[in-house]
Design a protein around this ligand. Structure first.
Ligand code: GLN
Length: 485
């Protein structure tokens, strides 16, 4: 069936359960499409052979009670997968084959999912364009020479190009929502502590969260249900009652109060983003929501705060890559020389920049001025949201300050790259759930996303608002297969 790749996850599951499509047929069709889509550079490592084998096994002994019965799925190469190379987009992990599985991917396999392969990403998830990957940049299938967003750019591109029915990414400062926005797909960052961080290559531990990426909101709710779980192996995992997100999904949001934060109306915001936001407000009203103006006064400090906290934690997390325990090792005259050569040859430019910033803000003379101060501001940012949630149920903002930019356009100017995260990082600093849904296009017909931010652990409301707005927006991704062989 040549149309299999274009099915939503929900439709694919239905067809598999009704035995109209076998798991093996589905696997074959995604693999065939991936083989013809090499131009996009989405895969770092494929698991095609094994996927075909496992899908046959599933078909021989199917279990249709599972939530992802025999569904082939490609995942971001930041999740450790047993016996399958896991690189985090870095040369330093170029030959790293984990002996253990991340909890999030394990949850997917437990429900019948089958690994298609590992998708390209920015090195150690540091980036907004997938250009920092050691394995080269990823093309946005929407248009030639366009970035797919980052750091989960391989995931967003593979999804938009129908190379996988759903996928998972990680979001430390926007890396699920921003690539979703750039590719006309849906991406959810759950509340911090919802999805286990066990087995995910760490970037900034107090911010990192895994989350679902999908073609629509319903699929997103199905995948969230599978990956969100309490996990003793992650000390920051939280034991709360999780919903049956897909079953409880409703487009009835009548009476919900949605806040519009005035501080997100930043200087120099392109007209089309402002218009999109206005349109979003109208859609939310049509869905029966009440719109309320709110203030998040510390918003302008979010970006500088993030770019202190995240590099600080990264510099500490990345200290473990010394050529001894993991992956790549360079030869040196003595131990120190080996450490130095391994790290300077193993890490790319952006990662080194973050390690240097992080080491600087944690150093004894500057700790109070930068790191400690940033931690205090982070509390204020969190408090802004707490105060807002006394008045509203959710918050609506644009996902990004622009549509996808050209490959190479921002890579020589890190600050302009960092500015792209302006609407997403506050959500990570406050540990909240946030979703990006496609909501329109710019003058070039490139997709633009709207972000819905929720209360802690209230993914259901976020999904419900997204679901009802999605119906009104009725967005169709306009993809011509220019990259296909
Ligand atoms: N673009 C942000 C950064 O480079 C966010 C990355 C992420 O969420 N992993 O830090």
């Amino acid at each position: 069936m040549s149309e299999i790749p274009s099915l939503t996850l929900y439709e694919l599951i239905k067809n598999i359960k009704e035995k109209k499509i076998s798991s093996n047929e589905a696997a074959k069709s995604f693999i065939d499409r991936a083989e013809r889509s090499k131009k996009l550079n989405t895969y770092v490592t494929d698991n095609f052979e094994n996927c075909l084998k496992l899908s046959k096994q599933f078909d021989n002994r199917p279990n249709f009670d599972l939530k992802l019965p025999g569904i082939p799925i490609a995942v971001k190469d930041l999740f450790c997968t047993t016996d399958v190379r896991t690189t985090a987009g870095s040369n330093i992990l170029n030959n790293f084959i984990p002996t253990y599985e991340s909890t999030v991917t394990q949850n997917i396999w437990n429900e019948g999912g089958i690994l298609l392969g590992k998708l390209n990403c920015d090195e150690f998830a540091m980036g907004s364009s997938n250009e920092t990957s050691f394995f080269g940049n990823v093309q946005n299938p929407i248009s030639k020479d366009l970035v797919p967003g980052g750091s989960s750019g391989g995931s967003s591109a593979a999804l938009a190009a129908n190379l996988t029915p759903i996928t998972i990414g990680t979001d430390t400062g926007g890396s699920i929502r921003q690539p979703a926005s750039f590719t006309g797909t849906v991406g959810l960052k759950p509340t911090y502590g919802s999805c286990s961080r066990y087995g995910i290559v760490a970037f900034a531990s107090s911010l990192d969260q895994a989350g679902p990426m999908s073609k629509d909101v319903k699929d997103c709710s199905i995948l969230l249900e599978v990956i969100s779980s309490f996990d003793k192996k992650d000390s920051t995992s939280i034991d709360f009652k999780r919903n049956n997100y897909s079953k409880e999904l409703t487009n009835n949001i009548k009476g919900l109060k949605i806040g519009i934060p005035k501080e997100y109306r930043i200087d120099g915001m392109p007209d089309e983003i402002e218009k999109l936001w206005q349109k979003g407000i109208e859609y939310a009203k049509e869905c029966g929501a009440e719109i309320i103006d709110i203030s998040l006064p510390h918003t302008s400090y979010a970006l500088p705060t993030y770019y202190i906290v995240a590099p600080a934690e990264a510099s500490s997390n990345l200290a473990r890559y010394d050529g001894v325990k993991y992956g790549f090792r360079s030869s040196g005259e003595n131990l120190i020389d080996m450490y130095e050569k391994t790290r300077s040859e193993g890490f790319g430019e952006e990662v080194k920049r973050r390690i240097m910033i992080g080491t600087y803000v944690l150093s004894s003379g500057y700790y109070d001025a930068y790191y400690l101060k940033a931690q205090k501001v982070r509390q204020l940012i969190k408090k802004d949201f707490d105060d807002a949630y006394n008045k509203v149920d959710a918050i609506l903002t644009p996902s990004t300050p622009s549509s996808a930019f050209k490959i190479g356009e921002k890579s020589s100017d890190p600050v302009s790259m960092y500015l792209n995260d302006i609407f997403t990082v506050p959500v990570n600093l406050a540990g909240l759930p946030g979703i990006s849904i496609p909501a329109g296009t710019d003058k070039n017909n490139y997709p633009l996303g709207l972000q819905i931010i929720g209360k802690p652990f209230d993914e259901q409301t976020v999904l419900n608002i997204a679901y009802s707005m999605e119906e009104k927006i009725n967005y169709k991704n306009n993809i011509c297969d220019w990259w296909i062989k």
